[in-house]
Design a protein around this ligand. Structure first.
Ligand code: ADP
Ligand code: MG
Length: 701
């Protein structure tokens, strides 16, 4: 039903060839930017603006300014230094400035001869002897010619290889002209009532403004993306993202899943053998999960819980639910160490219940994998634990009903969808539980995880000690080594974590090996173990086991121990070169201590002088133990793309909106999304398409 006559849901497309100057090559380059029609150009939004509306006096320039200047070339010479370059001196009567060119043709050089008048645009920099511009944009002025200055701020667009800014700017200007003259059919999908209520500009007005802001526009407001026109477009974009995930959620509701009703007896038996009672928060989340599992559509639930909040037990109960109903369950972890630990815990817990746990990892031999696959296929395996090998290899389940993905933040949005697809068996999709220790602020979950239901374990088990955290320079290394020694003599266990910026396993392993050797020399009476990513799984498991059994006092490790490792007797952690790690990684690592009854401590050791940013991070760590506080700070410092680890996936690469900056828009966006789904469902698809076409599969637009 068409509720608003002005909305035309048939997507109007104006081919780019409608614009002048477009050949096949240019067309192809535009396609690289996702621009296939004129309307797409309108939504290719400026990154920033330049003010070329005024001519600046050369005498009044300061370094750092971006300006238009005009004058006469007084001197033009080629210098041969390390590199050949063309230097010109430009004067306008108020002062002079040097222009420096490293790349120039003969013709260009002649065009910049002494006596020529030119107009330049560029950034003023401090040069060796005077202010200068390096490779300014310039234009010759013939005698008597008066150039007009720009009437609008100049937009700067994201470009692609082989597509010059100026070219793109001209094309955008043509598209804007067509829009201005009402020659493009551009539907505004926001209902009139919303536009009026929120006092927003129309889509057309907003687009005209952001592409060609008038001379008197506030540059700072535009740079901060706080102009109402920008906010209007940000709302549209956030809406498109939210709707695509909501639609995904609707689609998953239409899928069938196995209803898991039975299992109370088995769950109680499991709980009785645990050495502790569930916290209130755990109980609540378990209830939420049980409710989901009793529906005939698949559960899609995200469980957030700070490091050490006890997510594994909650997952175990979900797994058991499948088993009690005669079905299989699987649990996947992002690293070998964490997966192994889950396997050991679950085997230990489930053995007495007669539940058969099978292990699958990419590092197993072909024979081991084949045997595991057979058990999984025949149904002999009740619960399968593994790394992502679980989903990548040709593994077929007999009747998979529950999938748990641990520490989801390590996987990213794409993989989340891939796993969801992979888990589908015939008509039925398995229930999915996704667990993360990266607390995600609510405004972010509403967008980035709008396809999931969320639970939060907002309570730590009783008796947990706050971890005393100190920040010390590397110069005090000897003191730290003494502290480690003392702790070991007192029967406590210690982690020493080596960090490197390089992603290279090899270099990290070397750094850890070197540290272990040095510490062994300094502390001959301390039993030292070493784990890193280059060890064979059996070796790694052996060392971890020895540490767990307190046969080792000190574990030197790379960040492989970041997630999940659980040795309650370890109560001191040294993080070497802590300034290299991000907040969430530091928090995860630190969460390895403070798990037992002893007072725990963490030493963040830094090297050299700290950057502003690093100083801030380490201060946050010193002051807080609360994952949510730390996550909020992390968001402020790094932005949501990096925090959620999905920078490359496109989800958070928005054109104009920003999940952090535009947080306060989110409740409105949610309301508008509801309204569109309810009353204007025909607009949903074209709106998603407008902003997300050609992007990742948030609902296969
Ligand atoms: P995370 O949420 O970081 O995955 P884990 O599931 O590894 O946390 O649990 C951390 C530790 O706390 C484990 O040793 C676990 O057995 C223990 N634990 C979990 N729940 C409780 C509880 N309710 N009371 C006491 N200890 C608990
Ligand atoms: Mg865990």
């Amino acid at each position: 039903m068409m509720t608003n006559a002005t909305v035309n849901v048939v997507k109007a497309i104006t081919p780019v060839t409608r614009l002048s100057g477009i050949g096949p090559k240019l067309q192809e380059r535009l396609e690289h930017l996702g621009i296939t029609c004129v309307e797409d150009l309108l939504f290719h939004l400026p990154l920033r603006y330049e003010d070329r509306t005024r001519l600046a006096a050369i005498g009044g320039l300061r370094a750092g300014e971006q300006v238009v200047i005009e004058g006469e070339i007084q001197l033009s010479e080629i210098k041969f230094g390390k590199r050949r370059m063309l230097l010109c001196r430009l004067s306008d009567g108020t002062g002079s400035i040097q222009l420096r060119f490293f790349h120039f043709s003969k013709a260009q050089q002649e065009g910049l001869a002494r006596g020529t008048r030119i107009r330049c645009y560029g950034e003023v920099r401090r040069g060796p002897s005077m202010l200068e511009m390096v490779h300014p944009e310039y234009q010759q002025i013939t005698a008597g010619q008066v150039l007009a200055t720009e009437a609008n701020l100049t937009p700067v667009y994201p470009t692609a290889e082989g597509l010059h800014q100026i070219r793109l700017r001209k094309l955008a200007a043509q598209a804007i002209q067509l829009l201005q003259n009402n020659q493009l059919a551009l539907d505004d999908y926001l209902p009139d009532s919303v536009i009026a209520e929120l006092n927003l500009p129309t889509l057309k007005a907003a687009l005209l403004y952001v592409h060609q802001p008038p001379t008197d526009a506030a540059l700072q407001q535009l740079a901060d993306k706080e102009h109402p026109s920008q906010q209007r477009l940000a709302i549209d974009e956030l809406l498109a993202h939210t709707l695509s995930l909501r639609r995904l959620r609707q689609l998953s509701r239409l899928q069938q899943a196995i209803v898991l009703n039975d299992g109370e007896a088995l769950a109680n038996q499991f709980l009785r053998q645990l050495p502790f009672d569930l916290t209130k928060a755990q109980q609540r989340v378990v209830k939420e999960i049980e409710h989901d599992l009793q529906q005939s559509y698949p559960m899609q639930r995200l469980v957030q819980g700070d490091v050490g909040s006890g997510k594994t037990v909650v997952a175990a109960l979900a797994l058991l639910k499948a088993v009690a109903n005669g079905r299989q369950a699987a649990m996947m972890a992002p690293t070998e160490i964490l997966a192994e630990q889950h396997r050991d815990n679950l085997q230990n817990w489930f053995e007495a219940l007669g539940v058969n746990v099978v292990w699958l990892s990419g590092k197993q031999t072909a024979k081991q994998k084949r045997e595991a696959a057979e058990k999984i296929f025949s149904g002999e395996a009740d619960v399968v634990i593994g790394t992502h090998a679980l989903f990548q290899e040709a593994v077929n389940f007999k009747n998979l009903a529950v999938v748990v993905i641990d520490e989801q933040h390590r996987f990213g949005v794409h993989q989340r969808f891939a796993l969801r697809d992979k888990g589908v068996v015939g008509e039925q999709a398995p229930h999915q539980l996704i667990m993360t220790a990266t607390p995600i602020p609510r405004t972010l979950t509403m967008t980035a995880y709008a396809d999931l239901d969320c639970s939060v374990i907002d309570e730590l088990p009783p008796g947990r000690q706050a971890i005393d955290t100190v920040v010390v320079p590397d110069a005090r290394r000897d003191d730290i080594v003494l502290r480690v020694h003392k702790a070991c003599q007192d029967g406590r266990q210690v982690y020493w974590v080596c960090t490197l910026i390089e992603e290279s396993d090899l270099l990290q392993a070397q750094a850890a090996e070197d540290t272990a050797t040095q510490l062994a020399t300094a502390l001959p009476d301390v039993r030292i173990g070493l784990v890193h990513g280059r060890l064979k799984p059996e070796q790694k498991a052996k060392v971890m086991q020895a540490f767990k059994e307190a046969k080792l006092d000190l574990l030197v490790a790379t960040t492989v121990i970041e997630v999940g490792v659980d040795v309650p007797n370890a109560s001191l952690m040294i993080i070497d070169n802590a300034e290299r790690l991000g907040l969430s990684q530091l928090h995860q690592l630190r969460g390895r201590v403070g798990r037992g009854s002893q007072a725990s401590a963490c030493v963040l050791m830094y090297h050299g002088s700290l950057s502003e940013n690093a100083r801030e991070r380490l201060a946050v760590m010193r002051e807080s133990n609360d994952g949510f506080v730390i996550a909020r700070k992390d968001l402020e410092i790094r932005g949501p793309g990096e925090v959620l680890g999905t920078r490359q996936t496109g989800m958070l690469q928005m054109r104009i909106a920003d999940l952090q900056r535009d947080q306060e828009l989110m409740p409105q966006v949610q309301e508008v999304a509801d309204l569109l789904l309810e009353e204007y469902p025909e607009r949903v698809e074209p709106l998603i398409h407008r902003w997300l076409a050609g992007k990742v599969k948030y609902g296969d637009v």
